[in-house]
Design a protein around this ligand. Sequence first.
Ligand code: PLP
Length: 454
Amino acid sequence: LEVISSVEPRIADATRQELADQRASLKLIASENYASPAVLMTMGTWFSDKYAEGTIGHRFYAGCQNVDTVESIAAEHARELFGAEYAYVQPHSGIDANLTAYWAILAHRVEGPWLENAGVKNMNDLSEADWEKLRADLGNQRLLGMSLDAGGHLTHGFRPNISGKMFHQNQYGTDPETGLLDYDALRAKAKEFKPLILVAGYSAYPRRVNFAKMREIADEVGATLMVDMAHFAGLVAGKVFTGDEDPVPHAHVVTSTSHKSLRGPRGGFILATEDYSASVDRGCPMVLGGPLSHVMAAKAVAFAEARQDSFRGYAQQIADNAKSLADGFLSRGANLVTGGTDNHIVLLDVTSFGLTGRQAESALLDAGVVTNRNSVPADPNGAWYTSGIRLGTPALTTRGFGHDEFDRVAELIVHVLQNTQPGTTKAGEPSKASYVLADGVADKVKDASAELLD
Ligand code: PLP
């Protein structure tokens, strides 16, 4: 930090402050974690300075031998860790991984047959008329993904996202009574809509998914099954999700981030069956430019960490802790979407406290509890104010929390919410954003958190 300080002290100060804040607060954002010093240090090297567009052994720049080494090791660890036929570790983020996967699936399913029919190997050899027809065909494909308010991600066909614009999209939700995935309803929708791509995976669904069933549905309608395991990759790596709950043996393509429950650097990666590997391997130039070689190196380190036996214990503890947190809420009368959890996420419906998600998130932050507001299914408050708070256990599990600590976390959160009242606008109208947290509560909760984090 002294080196940074000598150039821009405000950045050094902010970095120091971020460390202090992350250490002092209860970090319950389901997509966050604490990467190891080895992972963090690997990101801060001169690999950042190297350009390496292309793929392993086939670069558009000279002098990429060390990047080749790094990318090969990262891909090898990813294949071994997840039991995948092929791994691609270049995507810079989860969104990049999804976009790359979509275009790879389009290349495999749409472009490939087109080129074959036209009797050419390269797209540049297509006639202008065929090229226009191919472009129209690419723009005419269908994608079915989980809706945002049921727990899906923006990139799963949400209209404002590019995935909702580049495909004819349709969305599946959850059962209105139970909040659970309804595979029969999903099958019926898939049969009617006939997607090219069926996307499974979630950002805010607190339950496990049966990927064997998802594959059955995809096969019935001739769709490619793509699973976005960004959130739960750590639970797959740690063998908490096995058999039908492990996406890798069932999906054609699996996308992920490396920084959530998997506890690596910020980044994305893709796993695929051999069939799809050649298309995914063309991520650059299809969607990506130069890979972040320093981050690929850090992914290799994180995958190596996740292959150690201790990671299995960590992953199991994430899931056990989520149950403890959920039970802590239920025993104190709070409402949870789906009535509980069996992954790393707990989705707390805060309407019974008379609050919006926005008010609850802000009051909790005042008390040093860092969460994010989240829609609940058919949310009456919409995607901005919301009615839920999403909580995740990966980060505090890294800090050594177990059952008792998570029960206490539930107690502290309920205490904050019970002592928060909705506020009003300046004109005295009811407000979905402002709130009043009773005096003394924030300090009391911060003191209790400090004891837990000690
Ligand atoms: N996919 C899922 C399921 C996610 O939850 C997220 C991020 O929250 C992403 C993709 C995007 O990841 P990133 O923020 O790295 O682009």
